[in-house]
Ligand binder design. Structure first.
Ligand SMILES: [Zn+2]
Ligand SMILES: [Zn+2]
Length: 276
C-alpha cells in the first residue's frame, strides 16, 4: 500500500523552461492530496498521468502566486471532466475572496461542491482525517500567513493485517525561514520536503525574504531526526541545483533534490524492524 510524495514542481517563483513552481502530490494508500498549486500545475498532472478526479483535497500553504495561481484552471478542468464529488480546499482565510471572485466570473459550469476550510492556527492542529491519514497544519515563518503540513498514516484495524505496523509520515515546509518550533513540528517524519531556495552564500538574502538555505534545511532535518530530506523551491539563479544538494548532504547525508516527476516512496515497515 503506497505512501509516497511526488514532486511536480521544484522551482521558486520565476518562470523557467524546465521547472515548475510549487506543486506536489501526497499519495496515502491511494488517497491523493495536492499540495500547493502553481501556474501550470494541471499540465504537470496530465504529463505525469495523475488524474485530477482522484484529488479530493487541495492544501495551499500560502497565498503567494507561485503556490496558488494554478488552482483556478484546475477547478475549471475538474468541471470539464464531469466531476461531481465534493472538493475540499485548505488554505489561509483570504483565499475565500479569491475563490468568490473566480466563481463569480467562471463558476457557472462548476456543479460540484467546493468547500474552503480556512487555516487560522498559531500552533499545530489537525485539519482533516480520512480513513488512511491524519493531516495537521502548523504556522511557518514567511512574512505572510503560511502553513506547513504534516501527514501521519492511520493504522486501520483489519482482521487479516498485522498489528505492529509502523505508521508512515511526511511533512511539507514551503516557504519558510528557520524558527525554533519547527523542529518539533516535523520531528521523526519519514520524508521532510523543505524549501532550500538559496545556498549559504546568499543567507542574508534568504533571511530578508523569509526563505531558507540548503544548509539550514539540512540542519533542521538532522536535528529533527527525519528519514529523508527532499530539498525544493530552488531559486532560478541555480541552473544546476546540484550545488544545493552538495551543501545539504555535507550536513545531512540523506538529502535529495526534488525533481519534476520524481516520486519518493516510504516503504512499508513493521515496528520491530526499527531496532534491527
Ligand atoms: Zn514560493
Ligand atoms: Zn512564498
Amino acid at each position: 500500500m503506497e505512501f509516497s510524495l511526488t514532486t511536480l514542481g521544484s522551482a521558486s517563483a520565476k518562470p523557467m523552461v524546465d521547472r515548475y513552481s510549487s506543486v506536489h502530490v501526497l499519495n496515502a494508500r491511494g488517497r491523493l492530496f495536492l499540495i500547493d498549486c502553481c501556474e501550470g500545475a494541471q499540465f504537470q498532472l496530465v504529463r505525469y498521468k495523475i488524474s485530477p478526479m482522484k484529488i479530493d483535497r487541495i492544501l495551499i500553504s500560502h497565498l503567494h502566486g507561485d503556490h496558488v495561481f494554478g488552482i483556478f484552471g484546475l477547478l475549471s478542468t475538474m468541471a470539464l471532466l464531469g466531476r461531481t464529488a465534493e472538493l475540499h480546499i485548505y488554505a489561509p482565510r483570504d483565499f475565500s475572496s479569491m475563490l468568490n471572485f473566480f466563481m463569480g466570473h467562471f463558476g457557472e459550469g462548476i456543479k460540484y461542491p467546493i468547500t474552503h476550510h480556512p487555516l487560522t492556527f498559531k500552533e499545530r492542529q489537525v485539519i482533516c482525517e480520512t480513513r488512511t491519514v491524519e493531516v495537521s497544519a502548523f504556522p511557518l515563518n514567511h512574512g505572510i500567513e503560511t502553513y506547513g503540513f504534516h501527514f501521519l498514516e492511520k493504522w486501520q484495524e483489519h482482521p487479516l493485517a498485522p498489528t505492529d505496523r509502523y505508521a508512515r509520515s511526511a511533512a511539507y515546509c514551503c516557504d519558510t525561514a528557520p524558527f525554533p518550533e519547527l523542529e518539533e513540528y516535523v520531528r521523526g517524519v519519514d520524508i521532510l520536503l523543505h524549501e532550500a531556495t538559496y545556498t549559504e552564500e546568499m543567507r542574508a538574502l534568504a533571511n530578508e525574504r523569509y526563505h531558507s538555505t540548503a544548509a539550514q534545511a539540512a540542519d533542521l532535518a538532522r536535528r529533527a531526526g527525519v528519514g529523508k530530506l527532499i530539498a525544493a523551491h530552488f531559486s532560478s539563479r541555480y541552473k544546476d541545483p546540484d550545488v544545493l544538494l552538495q551543501e545539504a548532504r555535507a550536513i545531512f547525508p540523506e538529502s535529495y533534490l526534488a525533481c519534476e516527476g520524481e516520486k519518493f516512496n516510504v516503504p512499508y515497515r513493521r515496528l520491530n524492524e526499527e531496532n534491527d
